[in-house]
Design a protein around this ligand. Structure first.
Ligand SMILES: [Fe+2]
Length: 259
């Protein structure tokens, strides 16, 4: 394990959304993340108009309070304020003043699981008018990014029948096009461990093998089984990438370099 990893997606802050319910749970999560090797955690509560309205100022205040508490407890984690921005018609109006992923120009965006490409391309365009680009959260969980949706439909089916590795048809898929347009992608450690089911795990592995991810996150909502999820997810990523590249990915070096 390292000690300089960055969690780009975490619901650690207490009682702001469906993440940690109270301070005790936040501290429990923080201890687990630190023990695993995270040094930096982006606190990204949901920002959904009409749902979880965690405006930037509110998140910054909550991070300040939580950081002081971590320092008092001697838990060596650096917290960074952020949001998981839900992609809907309200998002463009929130872009001025939105919380970026650290000092980058990327904003963490949650794409509705069943959204189609028609929502995604205009999003990139709108972001770019503000000098921003989307960091798409857990693309492996979104049907919109299934490689078989574009170009690979028949080939995808054939590859299943013939037992051919499906890698061959990622080349013209939506994720590749969005990356070319400037999007970046954050994978969930739990996806590799199968925490969201077989299909999500397979997509995560496909994307991982193709170097789609610029960074990883826990997307942790509670401390329950968090350690087990981290260990299991790490083991799968390491089996695919090897130790050195896994650590690079967990440091977020690629995102920092814009790759
Ligand atoms: Fe999340």
């Amino acid at each position: 394990m390292g000690s300089d990893y960055t969690d780009y997606h975490c619901h650690l802050l207490p009682a702001l959304d469906d993440g940690a319910v109270d301070l005790r749970e936040s501290l429990d999560m923080a201890r687990t993340l630190s023990s695993f090797g995270f040094a930096t955690v982006h606190c990204t509560p949901h920002l959904i108009r009409g749902g979880y309205e965690n405006e930037p100022a509110r998140v910054v205040r909550a991070v300040d309070l939580m950081q002081r508490r971590l320092d008092d407890e001697g838990i060596p984690l650096r917290l960074v304020p952020g949001n998981e921005h839900y992609l809907d018609q309200h998002l463009p109006g929130m872009l001025p003043g939105a919380l970026r992923a650290g000092n980058s120009r990327y904003l963490l965006v949650e794409v509705p699981f069943h959204a189609g490409p028609e929502l995604l391309r205009p999003m990139v365009q709108t972001f770019s008018t503000y000098g921003l680009a989307p960091l798409i959260a857990h693309p492996e969980r979104c049907h919109a990014f299934d490689p078989s949706r574009k170009g690979g439909g028949l080939r995808g089916a054939l590859s299943l029948v013939l037992g051919i590795e499906p890698e061959q048809h990622l080349g013209d898929s939506e994720v590749v096009e969005l990356k070319r347009l400037g999007c970046r992608f954050q994978g969930n450690l739990g996806s590799f461990a199968g925490y969201y089911g077989y299909e999500v795990r397979e997509r995560a592995l496909l994307f991982l093998r193709h170097g789609l991810y610029s960074c990883l996150g826990t997307d942790a909502h509670s401390g329950d089984k968090l350690w087990e999820m981290l260990v299991a997810g790490y083991a799968v990523v390491e089996a695919v990438l090897g130790e050195a590249d896994t650590r690079e990915l967990l440091r977020g070096t690629h995102l920092a370099n814009g790759a």
